[in-house]
Design a protein around this ligand. Structure first.
Ligand code: KMH
Ligand code: ZN
Length: 277
């Protein structure tokens, strides 16, 4: 029933990420002004939530608390988007810095359920860290988005909810991040397997396909009742050899797919209700 229920689509934009360099991707928004400009345009194109990674003055990933706090304030000033800060950061960020992200006061934060090979790197999420971060979200009144890179992360989500109960706000939202080299593949079959294994407490799920899996994952998610995340964090081409010039292109494309599927993008107010904010 959960998988088949049609509904309007929560569209999340992840405009920056921590992996692409500004040198390799000159159109990547990395400054505060660029991230805010991107968020404004993406909201107008149908986005309901923004998943935020920030950069320093040299365009390198940072979890600087002052910058994070300023970013949350600037996004709230310029948009009505749900502001979600990444607690994943980059593969090089210390766990303590990642816990402190909550001190910037976002509406939501990402929370990955386990360690995963990440290309040639390792994205570290030891179980005690997952538990600590989750309990901090509950205490701070921040709504987590559970990031699931692999089927084992789905099992870990069962374990987490069984042990610590529901998130702040009482809703349970997760995002399947598919196609990372080291995680589950970005295929319809993997998506169905993961969704069928989700805990009964899940109230909404979205999916993200990395790189060339972006479109197959989006189409599978729409047809299976899920929501969408798109953005230059996950893919920097529109098609082979066609670079993304601006995140709004990915948002517009996803919004068009959602409309075609008779599941148009939802307002930011509906996004807040969906997530328990
Ligand atoms: N940058 C990746 C290592 C998250 O935002 O929570 C982790 C990531 C997930 O992007
Ligand atoms: Zn991220």
């Amino acid at each position: 029933m959960r998988a088949m229920t049609p509904a309007d689509t929560l569209l999340t934009v992840a405009p920056t990420g921590a992996e692409s360099t500004r040198e390799a991707v000159p159109t990547l928004p990395t400054t505060l002004a660029e991230i805010v400009e991107t968020a404004v345009r993406c909201e107008a194109a149908g986005a309901g939530m923004v998943h935020v990674h920030i950069r320093d003055d040299e365009h390198r990933p940072t979890l600087d608390l002052g910058r994070l706090t300023d970013t949350v304030a600037a996004l709230r000033e310029a948009t009505t988007l749900v502001v979600q800060l990444s607690t994943g950061g980059s593969v090089h960020d210390p766990l303590g810095d990642r816990l402190r992200v909550l001190d910037a006061g976002p509406d939501s934060c990402s929370l990955t359920l386990g360690t995963v090979n990440f290309g040639d790197d390792v994205f570290m999420n030891p179980w005690p860290f997952v538990c600590e971060l989750y309990q901090r979200t509950q205490a701070a009144g921040v709504v987590p988005e559970f990031e699931l890179f692999d089927l084992g992360h789905v099992a870990a989500l069962h374990r987490l909810l069984d042990r610590f109960g529901l998130p702040f706000g009482g809703r349970v939202h997760c995002d399947l991040v598919m196609g990372v080299p080291g995680g589950m593949p970005g295929t319809a079959a993997a998506l169905v397997a993961a969704v069928q294994a989700l805990p009964a407490a899940i109230t909404s799920w979205s999916a993200t396909g990395i790189g060339r899996t972006a479109l197959p994952v989006a189409l599978a998610a729409l047809s299976y009742g899920g929501h969408l995340r798109v953005g230059m964090e996950d893919t920097v081409t529109l098609a082979r050899g066609v670079p993304v010039e601006h995140n709004v292109q990915l948002v517009e494309r996803a919004a068009a797919l959602a409309a075609l599927a008779q599941r148009p993008t939802m307002s930011t107010g509906s996004a807040r209700a969906l997530l328990g904010l």
